[in-house]
Design a binder for this molecule. Structure first.
Ligand code: 13P
Length: 251
């Protein structure tokens, strides 16, 4: 039995003041029966967020990191730095990192290994573009992203990882994948995990859906057999809508 996990990817949004306000509102709106929640603020708000979420069911993640331990990598952040500000998770291979910053599957795989070696849980993002979906190559693209992203990752390690399926055409566009479209790819991802590892391992991996998740569509999406949570962008920036998604979902 997999527990549902809702994560909010704040992307490049929220000053420290705005972060304090949003987290305070979230804490007020959550109660113990709600499911597990992860927030992924920008680097500048991580330390503040870590202090504010203590004692609540909110956990902390970052949106990216570099694969090297330290050194001359201007503008980058290491896994151990994220650990030191209280991060438990890190989003890796988000489609914006892939498309805007040219991150390859191989580079993302290096980050996955670094995160695991520092006991950070990767939220590994995969997903096809509109062009790829129209060319009917969704599964080929997702398969490559998943298998290269998890290259040399052991089954013990894989069991703790979160995979996020985010079709690029559904991100920030208001166009959600239908529950059936999403379930089809989620099931495919679980089958790939079963082939690479085992049924037991595949059944343990949390697979989140991301792409225009809102309070209105969260229940239906997360009722699908292989959809174990959501990675939320736009709708996590307002406490009302993020709480609406969380409340729509029960374990
Ligand atoms: P939206 O929810 O804004 O579509 O963004 C999804 C996303 O990219 C989360 O990582």
């Amino acid at each position: 039995m997999r527990n549902k996990v809702i994560a909010g990817n704040w992307k490049m949004n929220n000053s420290i003041e705005e972060s304090v306000k949003l987290i305070s509102e979230l804490k007020q709106g959550l109660n113990e029966t709600d499911i597990k929640v992860i927030i992924c603020p920008p680097f500048t708000s991580l330390e503040t967020a870590n202090a504010l979420i203590k004692g609540s069911q909110i956990e902390l993640g970052a949106q990216n990191m570099h694969n090297e331990t330290s050194g001359a990598f201007t503008g980058e952040i290491s896994a151990s730095m994220l650990k030191s500000v209280g991060c438990k998770y890190v989003i890796l291979g988000h489609s914006e990192r892939r498309a805007i910053f040219g991150e390859s599957n191989e580079f993302i795989n290096k980050k996955v290994h670094k995160a695991l070696s520092e006991n950070l849980i990767p939220i590994l993002c995969v997903g096809e573009s509109l062009e790829e979906r129209e060319k009917n190559i969704t599964k080929d693209v997702v398969k490559k992203q998943l298998l290269v992203g998890l290259d040399s990752v052991s089954s013990d390690q894989a069991e703790g990882i979160i995979i996020a399926y985010e079709p690029v055409w559904a991100i920030g566009t208001g166009k959600t994948a239908s529950p059936e479209q999403a379930q089809e790819v989620h099931e495919f991802i679980r089958t790939l995990l079963e082939e690479k590892y085992s049924k037991e391992t595949a059944e343990k991996v949390i697979i989140q859906y991301g792409g225009s998740v809102k309070p209105e569509n969260a229940f239906e999406l997360l009722s699908q057999k292989d959809i174990d949570g959501a990675l939320v962008g736009g709708a996590c920036l307002k406490a009302d809508s993020f709480l609406g998604i969380i409340k729509a979902v029960k374990n």
